[in-house]
Write a protein that binds this ligand. Structure first.
Ligand code: HEC
Length: 129
């Protein structure tokens, strides 16, 4: 019996691993989904702000603090820190998470797509120092 258990456990681990990766979001898929954000946002370090602020390094930064961008008073005063959790809520419905935001975007309905986009946001390299 013990001999049978080991290959079974290994097989279960092999099946479970990609699902854990899935739960954390797929940055490659997220990069494709980011096309719907590109109309207003740049992402690479050093890119200019557009209609919306440059999003390089946004995961882990305080909302409304990108230098040189003119935020809405609502965003500046929101006190939100961007984490996977707060970004998920904002991207689901920007106007619900930050009432008064000037991000004119309805939201991303699918949780999986939000996870993928957030994984992508976190994956883009920060500026070299
Ligand atoms: C129609 C233009 C537009 C689109 C499309 C758009 N955004 Fe925005 N976004 C904005 C604007 C404008 C702001 C600034 C909001 C404010 O100051 O209230 C913003 C702010 C943000 C912020 C807060 C940034 C900070 O520095 O605090 C995040 C995060 C964000 N957008 C992510 C996204 C993502 C991800 C997408 C795609 C799913 C997206 N946005 C699509 C215009 C847009």
């Amino acid at each position: 019996m013990a001999k049978m258990m080991f290959p079974l456990a290994a097989a279960v681990a092999a099946i479970a691993a990609p699902q854990i990766a899935h739960a954390a979001g797929d940055p490659v898929v997220g990069g494709k989904m980011f096309i719907q954000c590109r109309a207003c946002h740049t992402i690479n370090a050093g890119d200019r702000n557009g209609v919306g602020p440059n999003l390089n390094g946004v995961v882990g930064r305080k909302a409304g603090t990108r230098a040189g961008y003119s935020y809405s008073p609502a965003m500046t005063a929101s006190g939100v820190a961007w984490t996977a959790v707060t970004l998920d809520a904002f991207l689901a419905r920007p106007s619900a998470k930050v009432p008064g935001t000037k991000m004119a975007f309805a939201g991303v309905a699918a949780k999986k797509t939000r996870d993928d986009i957030i994984a992508y946001l976190a994956s883009v390299p920060a500026p070299k120092r």
